[in-house]
Design a protein around this ligand. Structure first.
Ligand code: SF4
Length: 208
């Protein structure tokens, strides 16, 4: 079955199907077939990453290691606590299984277009069933789902847009291998994004 043929009736069905999914293996990709995501139907915010890394694959939860520490520091700067977010909101990615190391050995392999297409119906279904008010795509691959791929990150980070009634506020990939967020000149742009997330979160959850 191709990813495009997948149809779901509930978020639970999406998640159950994800846990058994082997579409990329059947297509010949050497991924580690364990879909990593977390969250529930009542989430109002959804983080969308690129794909799990090796520590996420081993721990079984998204943004588990160094990149998660940096991401949750950014969210803490926006007034969002990690424990609260993990237990009440939603975290997923463009492709949900660990893709393995990059051929050059530096960092993880970026999922191919074909793998992204196979996994896309899951992401679309997660967004449809959870119906979050704020989407936070993290890193170029996820950002490219919502903003033109041709635009440089410096023109996208710090911006927000509304799509289908949801706010979309992108963040750069927080991994140590990603240099962009470590450039001092980009810090002010990241701070703009954090301020936007804080403002939208305050509207969505006026009591936190
Ligand atoms: S990455 Fe997505 S489509 Fe590929 S095997 Fe994992 S869950 Fe299935």
């Amino acid at each position: 079955m191709s990813g495009a043929a997948l149809k779901f009736n509930s978020l639970k069905e999406v998640q159950t199907t994800l846990q058994a999914c082997r579409l990329c293996i059947q297509a010949g990709y050497e991924i580690y077939p364990r879909a990593i995501f977390s969250g529930n139907q009542s989430a109002k915010m959804m983080i969308i990453g690129q794909a799990p890394g090796i520590t996420e694959k081993e721990a079984g939860r998204p943004f588990n290691a160094g990149s998660g520490t940096r991401l949750f520091q950014w969210l803490a700067d926006a007034g969002i606590q990690e424990d609260w977010f993990r237990s009440t909101q939603y975290m997923t990615s463009v492709t949900k299984c660990y893709p393995g190391r990059a051929a050059g050995g530096s960092g993880d392999r970026v999922p191919s277009r074909a793998e992204q297409d196979l996994c896309r119906p899951y992401l679309e279904a997660e967004i449809a069933f959870v119906d979050p008010r704020l989407l936070i795509p993290v890193g170029r691959l996820a950002i490219g789902l919502f903003f033109p791929k041709s635009l440089p990150l410096a023109k996208i980070i710090g911006a927000e847009k509304q799509i289908d009634g949801r706010w979309v506020i992108p963040l750069p990939h927080p991994s140590g291998a990603s240099r962009w967020h470590q450039i001092e000149a980009n810090r002010a742009i990241i701070n703009q994004a954090i301020e936007r997330i804080q403002a939208r979160t305050g509207q969505i959850f006026p009591d936190i």
